[in-house]
Design a protein around this ligand. Structure first.
Ligand code: NAP
Length: 516
């Protein structure tokens, strides 16, 4: 297939009023569609359920974004059946044909970009640039994995001995259960699903309960792109009701999960238990983080402060890659703290009604309560130099940018993932100390170092134990094909979404040798 080389989808320019107008028009149109109901789609058929998920706008919790059918174990079983049936044909479909469906889905998503951005704003509470980045990333995954499949379809070269032919190639695995989080509801759901599908597997797709409408929209785009019945089964539901069932079922061949450490570890444990299946289930898990930025005494303090703020408060800190620890050399600590507080105070907080809002709401009431709890914990563990007590969640799940200074590296707010706009400032004696503090975490997702000291940069390159390490820049917003993404330690199974090794995890490498 003669495709142009992969190129990241460009972001919208918000200085261009045409873009602003287009998104406003989409918000109005989608606004007229709020409150609709969405069925499950199993084996190509719409399936209604008794229960439903009521999804609300986190900036205005009274506003119902949509009502989505809520699968029980019964529907989960139907979905596994449909996926099992569809596997025989789909796994034998030519890789090029599978890739074309991804390319078509990318084209549809590009055409529907403003609409998808609008859904992200309503259901995800996303600021406009974040919503745009989300949809662009989803398009990138589709374009990138389509090309990756074409690269991998012949397998890899191995040596043959004289008189024999050795072949090494990849086969699809079987039925995959895709379990996604709410924080990148378009991109991560699209990415995990498309990787599983293009490699010839069939899937049961479970979006987060908080972003199930976006899940329904993503599924709709795959169907519109021509995916045959049963290859993707849209199975919205509560993780607490159907998660264990889907993971443990013997029809499940692999689980692709993105979410919290707690859920990821549970999935890993359940998947490992034999339950009548004839395989060891594979788990691809992307989990949480407690990401640190180190600022040493040689750093450009102005740039470092701006990038700490961007990394800590983008999407209200609800990114697995978000900076939640600033580990700063004692000699520049006061200055960096002063600048960060000043910049964070200036951020626009509120409902994402225009492109200028930087910090929107948290996703849900439970998340609001959790972050509020950590703000209380922080009072005992540091000095709050920025931030207010959270208001009434009935008015939207807003928490303002918060900085705690003088935090001990062992404090809870320096060790546990908060997943909100809360940053812990930690003072380090020197670079050695800073690196030790940064690595003293069960997680290992992203990290950053601001430094002009070559020796420090080279040491960090090898000794800062994270999957995604960034020097002299912000640590969020990984680009597909440019910054393959995934963490070490308890941040996941060491895989890299959007990278050259990702698709192989969804396939079985096979060796066939023929003697002539
Ligand atoms: P979560 O609570 O773990 O939920 C993730 C998904 O798992 C949801 O679809 C959830 O369903 C489902 N689930 C819940 N219990 C389950 C069970 N027993 N079995 C199977 N599935 C179950 O995480 P979240 O709050 O949605 O997402 C935030 C977390 O994701 C953070 O920790 C963040 O760091 C992490 N994250 C990591 C990455 C990465 O690439 N490493 C990227 C994004 C986010 P319900 O929604 O119905 O509960």
């Amino acid at each position: 297939m003669g495709l142009p080389p992969f190129r990241n989808e460009p972001y919208l320019d918000w200085n261009d009023q045409e873009n602003v107008k287009r998104v406003r028009a989409a918000l109005e149109k989608v606004g007229g569609e709020l409150g609709r109901s969405y069925p499950l789609i199993i084996g190509g058929k719409e399936v209604e359920t008794e229960g439903e998920i009521v999804s609300v706008n986190p900036a205005r919790p009274q506003q119902v974004v949509g009502r989505v059918a809520r699968a029980t174990e019964r529907e989960a079983s139907l979905a596994l059946d449909a996926a099992t049936r569809a596997f025989a044909d789909w796994s034998r479909t030519a890789p090029e044909a599978r890739a074309r469906i991804l390319l078509r889905a990318a084209a549809i998503m590009r055409r529907r970009k403003a609409e998808m951005i609008a859904w992200e704003i309503y259901e995800g509470g996303k600021p406009w640039p974040e919503a745009d980045a989300q949809v662009s990333e989803a398009i990138d995954f589709l374009e990138y994995y389509a090309r990756e499949m074409l690269r991998l379809k012949e397998g890899a070269e191995v040596h043959s001995v004289a008189g024999e032919e050795s072949r090494y190639f990849y086969q699809p695995m079987g039925v995959g259960v895709i379990i996604a989080p709410w924080n990148f509801p378009t991109a991560i759901l699209t990415g995990m699903s498309s990787a599983a599908i293009v490699t010839g597997n069939t899937i049961v797709m479970k979006p987060s309960e908080f972003t199930s409408v976006i899940g329904a929209k993503v599924a709709e785009i795959f169907f519109e792109a021509g995916l045959p019945e049963g290859v993707l089964n849209f199975c919205a539901g509560y993780g607490s009701e159907i998660g264990d069932y889907l993971v443990s079922d013997p029809r499940t061949r692999f689980i692709s999960f993105t979410g919290s450490m707690r859920t990821g570890l549970r999935i890993n444990e359940l998947a490992a238990k034999p339950n009548g299946q004839k395989w060891i289930k594979r788990v691809i898990a992307e989990m949480g983080g407690k990401d640190a930025m180190i600022i040493d005494d040689s750093a450009d303090l102005e740039a470092a402060s701006s990038d700490i703020v961007r990394s800590a408060y983008g999407y209200a800190g609800q990114k697995c890659s978000a900076a939640s620890r600033a580990i700063v050399h004692a000699d520049v600590y006061d200055e960096v703290l002063r600048r960060v507080v000043e910049k964070a105070r200036a951020l626009r907080v509120g409902a994402p009604d225009g492109p200028e809002v930087f910090v929107g709401p948290l996703i849900s009431e439970p998340q609001f309560e959790k972050v509020s709890g950590y703000i209380e914990v922080g009072r005992e563990e540091g000095e709050r130099v920025l931030g207010e007590d959270p208001g009434d969640p009935k008015d939207g799940y807003f928490v303002t940018p918060t900085v705690y200074a003088g935090v001990d590296p062992k404090a809870r707010i320096a060790q546990e993932e908060i997943f909100g706009p809360v940053l812990a400032f930690i003072k380090a004696r020197d670079f050695e100390d800073a690196l030790a503090i940064a690595n003293d975490s069960p997680y290992g997702l992203t990290g950053g170092l601001y430094s002009n000291d070559r020796e420090h940069l080279e040491r960090a390159r090898h000794e800062f134990h994270v999957g995604n390490l960034y020097f002299n820049r912000h640590i969020t917003g990984a680009l597909v094909g440019v910054q393959p993404f995934g963490g070490f330690g308890l941040s996941g199974t060491d895989s890299k979404a959007g990278g050259p090794d990702y698709l192989q995890q969804h396939m079985l490498p096979k060796t066939v040798v023929e003697r002539f």
